[in-house]
Design a protein around this ligand. Structure first.
Ligand code: NCD
Length: 324
């Protein structure tokens, strides 16, 4: 995977998913004691530099990418959405990409625009041909309502860690399936496994038809259900993946007002789920999971958030070529 840009969860094969999961597990288990081929963990990527371009607010994702990179000896530089010139005064993103490509070994990019990571990877490639800048990988850390592939890696790793397997599970995905980029990437990732997925949402927030068509052709077994059936469905599920309604992606505030607070997972709802049920959420949440659920051992979203660190350590080691 050395030099590979990570734009979509479709960029990974089943074998690559399993390889990253296995590597993340080794990072997590050995923590700071990790030694790879005689090289200590903290020196693994020494001398490398990674640009963290976050043109949209982020807490967990930027923190875990920064911590993952620096724990491996990487020098990071960070641009946030307030201090950057992104989209201002007609400045060309192309010019920004060129400057960054000259000084970095990889770009981690979050943007409010769909397909921003794909665009950046294309401009990095063209610039390397035109002006000789290095051909560095671009990692998509969330592009608009499109995808969030490294979150999907964390989600798969958490399912494997908690359930000991992915194949054979019934997985419910709830909430905003239209604008939620994590659920798009997770669905593509799950299409590599023998699972049954239940897409549970309001009619207005269903998984877009073109994505359903694609998931179908990728061989994913799925069913759609209205959010009003969540209580009935939850007892059949091994895993539930809840998401917040993505307020910032609605064009009209009235639409968001109609779409919000349409489901809640509280202790009462959890009583309908099995004893081995696993509740995930990419976070942040708004009101879709009540605070009382946090102390239920089946609620794994904080463990899931913690797992993003070893997963991103594994991914950076692979993409920057320290580990095969
Ligand atoms: C998600 C995102 O940014 O898409 N958060 C995250 O990266 N953990 C989910 C969200 O914002 O709802």
């Amino acid at each position: 995977m050395k030099g590979k840009s990570i734009i979509s969860a479709r960029d990974f094969s089943r074998e690559e998913f399993l390889h990253i999961i296995e590597l993340a597990e080794r990072f997590r288990k050995t923590r700071a004691g990790y030694v790879w081929a005689g090289v200590h963990f903290s020196q693994l990527l020494k001398g490398k530099s990674v640009a963290l371009l976050f043109y949209e607010p982020s807490t967990r994702t930027v923190f875990s990418f920064k911590t993952a990179a620096e724990s491996l000896g990487v020098w990071t530089s960070y641009i946030d959405y307030k201090s950057s010139y992104y989209g201002r005064d007609g400045m060309l993103q192309w010019d920004i990409d060129a400057c960054i490509a000259f000084g970095s070994d990889a770009i981690v990019l979050r943007s409010p625009q769909d397909f921003a990571a794909e665009f950046a990877a294309c401009s990095v490639k063209s610039l390397s041909e035109l002006v000789g800048s290095p051909l560095i990988p671009v990692i998509n850390a969330g592009d608009g309502k499109n995808e969030h592939p490294t979150q999907a890696l964390t989600d798969l790793y958490t399912i494997m860690d908690e359930k000991g397997k992915i194949d054979g599970l019934n997985i419910g995905i709830f909430g905003d399936l239209l604008y939620g980029r994590t659920v798009h990437s997770l669905s593509y990732a799950l299409s590599n496994f023998d699972v049954k997925v239940y897409f549970v949402s309001d009619d207005a927030l269903r998984m877009p038809p073109e994505r359903l068509k694609e998931l179908n052709s990728l061989g994913l077994k799925y069913e759609e259900a209205p959010i009003s059936e969540l209580q009935k469905l939850i007892s059949h599920l091994d895993v539930g993946y809840a998401t917040r309604i993505q307020k910032e992606r609605f064009s009209f505030p009235e639409e968001y007002e109609k779409a919000k607070n349409r489901y809640v997972i509280d202790n009462e709802m959890m009583q309908h789920a099995g004893k081995d049920f696993l509740l995930l959420h990419p976070l942040p949440r708004v009101s879709e999971i009540t605070l009382e659920v946090d102390s239920d051992s089946r609620a794994a979203y904080f463990r899931q958030a913690a797992n993003s660190l070893p997963v991103r350590q594994a991914l950076l080691s692979l993409v920057l070529g320290a580990i095969k």
